[in-house]
Design a binder for this molecule. Structure first.
Ligand code: NAD
Length: 294
């Protein structure tokens, strides 16, 4: 297929390369010229704007920072909807708020273009390896059309319901993850402070009711597990600022829906504090730094 790909950052670049590997032809666009060049060096055609990127292609994919970028790239003058042919499907893989996802999908539909939201989990490692999970919001027909393309970049492609529901799945899951990580950090740090070997405590928790993904697969206490960010100074992994972004999206969505998210709100504030202390680039398990000295 001839695909227009917009947003060639940490995730977009490897995702676009996986599409190339599967034999697709790409026209690409990013506001940062260096990022554009990295892909034109691989044989992609360069576009001069989002509109240009969307014109003359059979499918458009976007991977942008957040809601305002998505709104602008699709609906502003010189945007995707200005240039794309009627009926051409649109896939937005960015993590944004569900309301914006629904608004943009409605604008696209009004122009005659089916659109799905398809945020991902799996991080840059999953993007490189082509093993991302895609959480897709849109009609069954639009999901089925997007699936073979998403399979070039990911392993699990899950239909979450109507437009916006991919975003709902993504941000609610990450809210649960953040709360669980903070709980694990709090329990691990307290057990150590009260005199227990953190490795023994983790082995107890992991065979008891305290067990969760953050305790048994991604433990934040250094020395408990190998090959996780806590074993290498919290480098790599999923950045605290990215977790903060998702927590901010989820708490704002909850506010608009007048739905309480008591622990989610506290998690958002704790990650905001952690980020303000200069830890935004560290993996999100570094939140344990709020509870223990290095
Ligand atoms: P990034 O900042 O590295 O990439 C975004 C790219 O979009 C940048 O290169 C930027 O220049 C480009 N861009 C911004 N405005 C633009 C515009 N108007 N026109 C064209 N290009 C524009 O971000 P990323 O890490 O690749 O993340 C992308 C999305 O994926 C985000 O929504 C993020 O929350 C989500 N996500 C990231 C990860 C991760 O581990 N990095 C994991 C899961 C989900």
């Amino acid at each position: 297929m001839k695909i227009g790909f917009i947003g060639l950052g940490h995730m977009g670049n490897p995702m676009a390369r996986n599409l190339l590997k599967h034999g697709h032809t790409l026209k690409v666009f990013d506001v940062v010229p260096d990022l554009l060049k990295r892909l034109t060096d691989q044989g992609c055609a360069a576009a001069t704007s989002a509109r240009d990127c969307a014109s003359g292609v059979e499918l458009v994919i976007t991977m942008l920072p957040s809601s305002p970028h998505v709104k602008r790239v699709y609906t502003a003058e010189h945007g995707v909807l200005d240039g794309v042919g009627k009926g051409v499907p649109l896939i937005d893989c960015s993590t944004i708020d569900p309301h914006t996802a629904r608004d943009v999908a409605m604008d696209a539909k009004a122009k005659g273009n089916p659109m799905v939201d398809a945020p991902v989990s799996g991080g840059t490692g999953g993007a490189e390896a082509g093993t991302l999970t895609f959480m897709v919001g849109g009609s069954v027909e639009d999901f089925e059309r997007a699936k073979p393309i998403l399979q070039c970049m990911g392993k699990n492609i899950v239909h979450c319901g109507d437009a916006g529901n991919g975003q709902v799945a993504k941000i609610c899951n990450n809210m649960m993850l953040a709360i669980e990580m903070i709980a694990t950090a709090e329990g691990m740090a307290l057990a150590a402070k009260l005199g227990m070997d953190p490795r023994i405590f983790a082995s107890i928790a992991n065979t008891s009711s305290g067990r969760c993904w953050s305790s048994d697969t991604y433990n934040p206490y250094p020395g408990v597990l190998e090959n996780v960010p806590s074993a290498r100074g919290y480098s790599g992994g999923f950045g605290s600022d990215l977790m903060l972004k998702d927590l901010t999206l989820v708490t704002e969505a909850a506010k608009a829906a007048r739905q309480p998210v008591v622990l989610g709100g506290m998690a958002q504030q704790l990650y905001q504090m952690h980020s303000a202390m200069g830890n935004g680039a560290l993996d999100f398990s570094s939140i344990i730094k709020l509870y223990k000295k290095d």
